[in-house]
Design a protein around this ligand. Sequence first.
Ligand SMILES: [Zn+2]
Ligand SMILES: [Zn+2]
Length: 239
Amino acid sequence: MNGYKVFQDLHTHTYYSHGKGSPRENVLAAIECGLEAVAVSEHGPGHFTFGVRGKKLQRLGEELISLRREFEGKINVLRGLELNVMDFGRSDCPENRGDYDVIILGYHKSVPPFNRHALGIWGESLLGIKNDPHRNAEGILAAAEKCRADIISHPNLYLKVDIPYMAECCRQLGILLEVNSSRVTLSEEEIRIICKAGCGLVISSDAHTPARVGDFALASEAVTRADAWDFVKNARKVQ
Ligand SMILES: [Zn+2]
Ligand SMILES: [Zn+2]
């Protein structure tokens, strides 16, 4: 269609958090789409409403390891986690960070303390600190560096960030910026800026149902508009 194929979906959810399907259903859907790899990257333990933690998180990990064995040769099943920015420079990174194949870090709401604005960290606060996209980016990047994040999910969602600065830092740190296909959070101009900085992109579905695994339509359109396919690390040219 556009001459490129996305071959991995590294950001999918299941009923372990607030998604609808099982990890196995996501894997089967990914095979159906012809993907080479799929990750289940559930919400990290710090997310108050959807966070997967403790024994449940461990059980999910075991399930993914067993699915990896079962589907070996058909698809690569990856163990991911979508961490939450908890505070300036801090995430809910688990102690066994090394057990994960893919670490995504994103800014979400519903993370205690519920209103970080009130702490004066994230913006228009009771303390009169103005929402500053640059400072927001610094806080997220410091957390990303600490947890050795592979991907920053949906930049700008819920919290505006300084994209040129984030792109430059992510290039240096080897972190990819996500073009999220559930909701594209980057403008065409911002995608162009990211590419100009030499920072890599990743396209993901952020599927919350098996039917949406491998659905890259919106992100693909955005990447095409910005002429950015060469920067998408999980896509390659097809004849
Ligand atoms: Zn997210
Ligand atoms: Zn997500």
